[in-house]
Design a protein around this ligand. Structure first.
Ligand code: ADP
Length: 269
């Protein structure tokens, strides 16, 4: 199993907090019941991963999460023979475990993975729901409680790294974005413990920082970063210092852009 994968079991934990913004929970639930795979699109730090852990816990299913990266191969997902105590033994990867045991396999940032990954995903995402393991000669049929969920960030997309139509058209898809201000305020307050009024000011600030996206910024400030900022402020850090460390430095290395962001922050606080 690659280091990036984590298996969590719903019965070992409480249901992670997730504030819904639309019908996403009902849609996920339906997709799970109907044995359909799901594609989540949206910017980084807007709640996709939290949503999947919340739903897995609500459905009482184990969750196998894999953060995809450009070295991730099909074998990292399916498994490989490993030498253990002088013997060669087959070890299932996270995708194979989810298919054998039932559960939700979540491939975060799936476009980052090597192209051979799509070869294993295709037979799993049509109505056959099969996982062929060439190395062991097995052909696994996914149980009813297996679900494949993948996410990607269309903002990072470039020609070489986008999902091919033949892949994306195998998924029920939904778009995520930063939550509406009142919802984001509640999320930031709940996650950081900072008073809601002070969080509301940060969420207002985020709106003006997000408006700067595109000019020089690749991505707008995420809900995750707002939570970080509120957490540092709650711990007693001066606002401008916390904002620089969480809303400026992570977004850009360019001195001019950083200055522009700091000006917007100083205008608010
Ligand atoms: P993504 O997977 O989209 O990159 P995450 O799910 O990791 O983002 O979200 C980042 C953080 O933002 C979470 O750890 C959580 O604190 C917060 N967050 C964002 N959206 C929500 C939401 N709708 N409900 C609860 N927490 C949220």
């Amino acid at each position: 199993m690659p280091l990036s994968s984590v298996a969590t079991h719903a019965d070992e934990q409480e249901i992670p907090y997730y504030q819904s913004v639309g019908n996403e929970c009902a849609l996920f639930d339906q997709a799970f019941q109907q044995r359909l795979p799901m594609l989540l699109k949206g910017p980084t730090g807007c709640g996709k991963t939290r949503f999947v852990s919340h739903m897995a816990a609500r459905l009482g299913k184990p969750l196998f999460t894999v953060s995809c990266h450009d070295d991730l191969t099909a074998a990292d997902l399916t498994g490989r023979y490993l030498l253990q105590g002088g013997e060669t033994r087959w070890v299932d990867g996270p995708l194979t475990r989810a298919v054998r045991e039932g559960g939700i396999c979540y491939l975060d940032e799936v476009v980052e993975a090597r192209k051979d990954v799509t070869v294993v995903l295709h037979p799993l995402t049509d109505d056959r729901r099969l996982l062929p393991l060439e190395r062991t000669g097995e052909l696994l049929e996914a149980p009813d409680d297996f679900m494949l969920v993948v996410s990607y960030n269309p903002g990072y997309q470039h020609i070489l790294k986008s999902l091919k139509p033949s892949t994306r058209q195998r998924f029920v898809a939904m778009s995520f974005d930063f939550p509406p201000p009142a919802v984001e305020r509640d999320i930031v307050a709940r996650e950081s413990g900072l008073e809601p009024d002070r969080c509301a000011a940060l969420v207002n600030l985020a709106a003006s920082l997000r408006a700067m996206k595109g000019q020089d910024l690749e991505e707008g400030v995420s809900t995750r970063l707002l939570v970080y900022c509120a957490t540092l402020i709650g711990a007693g850090m001066p606002i401008l210092e916390a904002a620089r460390a969480t809303l400026v430095e992570p977004l850009s290395d360019d001195a001019d852009v950083q200055e522009g962001l700091m000006e917007a922050i100083q205008a608010t606080f």
